[in-house]
Design a binder for this molecule. Structure first.
Ligand code: NCD
Length: 358
């Protein structure tokens, strides 16, 4: 049986994206009207990685829709601690629930779970790869604060390499007309080339700079991100990048009066606390919108209003292995070795890592 999962927003059309954003906005204006919409339905939240906002906003969303929740946020209290693999855990939980939300540290893990799940699956963050529901939150926020998802100049700052929120946001906003991106990062934390190629293929203008000061004066939106300690191979590598970007009130003076600051949160020290008092700092409002965006998504999936995707569409070859050590195929070895082919480049269907054909 196939379901309309949310693994990657690229699987949805622009009209589908617009419909979810519109529904999220409508719910925000009158949440009480939706309080019984998912009555009798059960959502499972399986969080194999820490979370505050994503997990709790999903749970709040389901409760506000009249549904119920089950799940864990600490895999060490589940049978994962006994050595159970991802497939068995998620297969079983999917038979207890109507919709399943998964966050996992390995890239491609949520797609892997969807392959065998008996209910629709939502990607709540798979390692440093994608985080599509944060993007829905961001789109609902942009729509309510800017009134549009096109014709925006957006600066994205910080960990563009491992920042799954950035990857998903760029993939979604590049589908809309005339958005321009200014990528603010160090060379070490630059955006992966497969996403730059998506921007190019969609005709999006982007520039890469290394300081906030170079970009801030021309932005409609500044999207700040945390340097993610947990994604680095070593503490030394993290320490070299830590604190390289700090947005403070002095830098905010260089921004236009209607530039808005977003951040998926958690913040560590990349935005000073006094910036919170600036009316352009909207990250707490953005986090609140996460509930409405997720209510809209849950309704759209449970009521079958979204396209169903081919989870594995490309070429499989058991003799070729993905090189990414954080790819789910490296640990769950029963998975097919599936690749999308583009010329002499293969892209892993789970984590998008590129490998050159010999
Ligand atoms: C982000 C995440 O988990 O990727 N947080 C979130 O979901 N709001 C960003 C981060 O952890 O830095």
């Amino acid at each position: 049986m196939s379901f309309s999962h949310l693994i990657d927003l690229d699987d949805y059309t622009v009209p589908e994206l617009n419909r979810i954003v519109e529904l999220g906005t409508t719910i925000k204006n009158n949440p009480a009207a939706y309080s019984e919409r998912c009555k009798g339905k059960i959502m499972a939240t399986l969080f194999f990685e820490p979370s505050t906002r994503t997990q709790m906003s999903f749970q709040t969303a389901m409760l506000r829709l009249g549904g119920s929740i089950i799940g864990f946020d600490n895999p060490s209290t589940s049978s994962v601690a006994k050595g159970e693999n991802l497939k068995d855990t998620t297969k079983v939980v999917s038979s207890y629930s109507d919709i399943m939300v998964i966050r996992h540290p390995l890239e491609g893990s949520v797609k892997a779970a969807a392959l065998t799940a008996d209910c629709p699956v939502i990607n709540a963050g798979d390692g440093g790869h994608l985080h599509p529901t944060q993007t829905l939150t961001d789109l609902v926020t942009l729509m309510s604060e800017k009134g549009r998802l096109d014709n925006l100049t957006i600066g994205l700052c910080g960990d563009l390499r491992y920042g799954r929120t950035v990857h998903s946001l760029l993939k979604a906003l590049s589908k809309y007309e005339n958005n321009k991106f200014i990528l603010i990062s160090s060379a070490e934390l630059a955006l992966p080339s497969y996403i730059k190629d998506i921007l190019k293929a969609r005709g999006c203008e982007y520039t890469e700079v290394s300081t906030i000061e170079e970009a801030i004066g021309s932005l409609d939106v500044l999207y700040m991100t945390r340097i993610q300690k947990e994604r680095f191979a070593s503490e030394e590598e993290y320490l070299r990048q830590k604190n390289i970007y700090v947005l403070d009130t002095a830098k905010m003076k260089k921004a236009s009066a209607d530039m808005i600051v977003l951040h998926p949160l958690p913040r560590v020290d990349e935005i000073t606390i006094d910036v919170d008092d600036d009316p352009r700092a909207l990250y707490f409002k953005q986090a609140a919108n996460g509930v409405y965006a997720r209510m809209a998504l849950i309704i759209s999936i449970l009521e079958n209003n979204l396209s169903k995707q081919n989870l594995i569409s490309g070429y499989t070859n058991k003799d070729v292995c993905c090189h990414n050590k954080k790819c789910i195929t490296a640990t769950e070895t029963y998975l097919p070795h599936a690749f999308k082919a583009a010329g002499d480049i293969l892209e892993c269907e789970f984590c998008d890592e590129r490998l050159l054909l010999e």
